[in-house]
Design a protein around this ligand. Structure first.
Ligand code: ATP
Ligand code: MG
Length: 236
């Protein structure tokens, strides 16, 4: 459903993504692993259209070339990003943030169904619907961020380090919710440093280092990969 080929991204003279190629098939959950500064966020920004990419890149989503399509229209096509830092409106309520998620034309017809799904995933949001998002805990805000993305009726949901800064128990709750999103048939591209939990809900993954893909494989293969075990899973 998503083909990325030959993707390079420069910040001035700094090459942050060097000729990246990845693919996500319909219904797959794919994780991007890598150390700080590897280019993981840059990759999601390039796919969502937040950062401009080199001209020879090929970015194809459901048979449509994305290169010249602006970010908001990509969301309208079903490509939704939960960014690093969540990008919520702190002075608006939970309900208002969720409603903004349902703004794309394609999403409006599914608004009631999607809100029900969000409240199924995160029952807390139903009872807190009037609370201003800026007054919520980090874990609650991440629920709103994921909820808002679901309100946009994503075909491919991209998440940039959703578990960052959350307590271990909240991380487990979040991954349980993402696992339900996966079971509902939404394709996902997840950037994570939480290697064990993210591989557990993924079909496949890629490992990035300084703007390159250095390993790729099925989740099971990556779990047993010595480089990943040594660097990320703390085994010797
Ligand atoms: N707006 C920017 N201007 C200049 N350089 C940038 C910009 N954004 C990112 N970079 C650089 O590009 C490289 C990749 O950054 P990126 O944020 O994609 O990494 P990351 O893998 O998401 O790291 P982290 O795990 O810390 O979030 C880094 O060297 C970073 O300093
Ligand atoms: Mg990042």
């Amino acid at each position: 459903m998503l083909y990325v080929d030959n993707l390079s991204l420069f910040y001035d003279l700094h090459l942050a993504l060097d000729n990246i190629s990845i693919e996500i098939k319909e219904g797959e959950t794919v994780v991007i692993l890598g150390a700080n500064g590897a280019g993981k966020s840059s990759l999601l920004k390039a796919i969502s259209g937040v950062e401009p990419i080199s001209g020879n890149a090929s970015l194809i989503f459901e048979e449509r070339r994305l290169n010249d399509i602006p970010t908001n229209e990509r969301v309208g096509l079903g490509l939704s990003l939960v960014p690093e830092g969540r990008g919520l409106f702190p002075d608006l309520s939970v309900e208002e943030n969720l409603r903004l998620g349902a703004n794309p034309k394609r999403a409006r017809q599914f608004e009631a169904r999607n809100r029900e799904f969000v409240f199924d995933l995160f029952p807390k949001l139903a009872s807190r619907s009037k609370q201003l998002v800026g007054t919520m805990s980090g874990g609650e805000q991440q629920m709103v961020a994921v909820g808002r993305a679901i309100m946009s009726a994503p075909r491919l949901l991209m998440l940039d380090e959703p578990s960052l800064g959350l307590a271990p128990i909240v991380v487990l709750e979040l991954f349980a919710a993402l696992s339900e999103v996966r079971a509902a048939g939404v394709s996902m591209l997840i950037v994570e440093q939480n290697v064990k939990e993210s591989l557990a809900i993924s079909d496949r993954g890629y490992l990035m280092e300084t703007g390159h893909i250095v390993e790729q494989g099925m989740a099971e293969e990556l779990r047993n990969n010595t480089l990943i075990q040594k660097t990320y899973l703390g085994s010797t």
